[in-house]
Design a protein around this ligand. Sequence first.
Ligand SMILES: Cc1ncc(C[n+]2csc(CCOP(=O)(O)OP(=O)(O)O)c2C)c(N)n1
Ligand SMILES: [Mg+2]
Length: 569
Amino acid sequence: MNETAMTAGGAIFGKLGALGVEHVFVNSGTDFPPIVEGLIEARRQGLRLPDPVTCPHETVAMGMAHGYHLISGKVPAVMLHTNVGLANGAIGAINAWCDRVPVMMMSGRTPVAEARRFGARTVPVGWGQEMFDQAALVRECTKWDYELRFPDQVAEVFDRAWSIASSVPQGPVYLTLPREVLCEDTPPEGLDQPSRMAPVRPAPDPAALEEAARLLAQARAPLIIAQRGAGSETAFAALSRFVEDRALPVSQYWATRLALPLGHPMHIGWNPDAWLAEADVVLVIDSLAPWWPDRVQLRPDLKVIQLGPDPLFTRTPIRNFPADLSLVGETAPTLLSLIEAVERQPRDAAALDARRDRIAAAAASDRETLRKTSEQGRGQPMTKAWVAACLGRAIKAQERPATVFHELGCPLPHLDLDHHNSYFQEPHSGGLGWGLPAAMGAQLADPGRLIFATMGDGSYMFANPTACHLVAEAHALPVITLVLNNGEWGAVRQSVLGLYPGGEADRANAVPLTSLQPSPDFTLTAAASRAHVETVTDGAELPDALKRAIRVATDERRQVLLNIAVRPD
Ligand SMILES: Cc1ncc(C[n+]2csc(CCOP(=O)(O)OP(=O)(O)O)c2C)c(N)n1
Ligand SMILES: [Mg+2]
């Protein structure tokens, strides 16, 4: 290597910086020497570089990248160690894929050469980590993958990776980086430039858009189901106004993001069944599984409109929810176009008023039931519903924006949140261990935001909590973790009882394979990284514990963990 040339490995950080990548979540290994050498060299040259975040487990790297994107909208990068690091990152890839999060994933490849080349194999892992097709570990969960063949490909290959990840529908991409190639010199052309391949932004067919608007305007029993939010703050506000004006009931069944304030008069709650059975037109806004097909008999004349980046979810092998009209496009602009098109349609004010009253009355009664349910759970031990209600109230009392990450933690219906980006649930892929690192990534993206990670005791353990708390301390991320501790995998137990009501497990006193007893003292895990910690066993004491938690996170910018004893549902 001469004095001015840079190795391919050394060029990577600078190229990522040129692409606008701000953070690289890293778990490094023996494939990294040229990357580390090059990083120091690039720093010396004063290049604009992304910040590396060293993550002691790949779950943390992938989860943080995911949460960072959810709040920032930007493309993060993740660098992992060969096949083994990639395997640990695979659940994160499954989650990012399901949630359409554009992550530039990379991992090294063990040296190809056994000798006679710079970078060739030295230690036994060089042989032990060799695979026929390393990318196959994540290929089903990435839009595109490639193995760097030549050192002079860095600029073009990274441009292509970034442009494909950023194209709608967005998603992760994966690059394999062999060590010998990383050790060779690369020419400077293109390394300091962004990609010249504009990300693809599909738009809906204008005729389908007009037809959808006509159907919605003329519907007598319309329904909207939204699972993945409204796409932007503007679309969130527009949807709120629109559904009130046109008297359209909205269900956020199994939502992973919020599309409408939970207290909105047109928000009919979580379960769409009764409305769906009556509906003549349903607008499905970017929802993977908008209802439970076995539970509802649809009207034969029902028309369904599906809207989103991939309305048919084409990479899901089986999904046959009807789509009489498919409106493709990023959710926010497509939804805004549809709203405009409906606004051009005639309106029958009297009919809309009557329907609006009926929906608002149902929504109010649903909210009252929720309030009563959460109050009943105030005891010792308390219920998840009570924890959610207390958290929702604590958030309402704050002036700064707040976001709740939920992974079998605080159930959405009881939270009463009302802002875009105020709620994220683990994607429908359900790869547990996501909630805490995703919350940390969100905090990294927006240090001024109040961030809560609420999760079950099982989910907390899946997150590799020691590694999470280390990173939170190292980067001063004052995330407030609420572990809703029922000492079990409650969801698994409920699934057994749901499928076999009155069966063997139902009749037995304890359901096998679901206990997490004796429950560890999770406060000690977080205290090891100097978090503020408390155990709360009495529901009446939770509001004050939450106040203290928010004060510590705000004033001391220190992470917090509340270990909350909850009753099995
Ligand atoms: C990586 C991974 N392993 C296993 C599961 C299966 N699983 C689904 S829910 C669940 C239990 C979650 O327990 P916890 O977080 O304590 O919440 P609880 O149901 O007790 O409220 C498990 C193990 C999964 N979804 N992901
Ligand atoms: Mg549990």
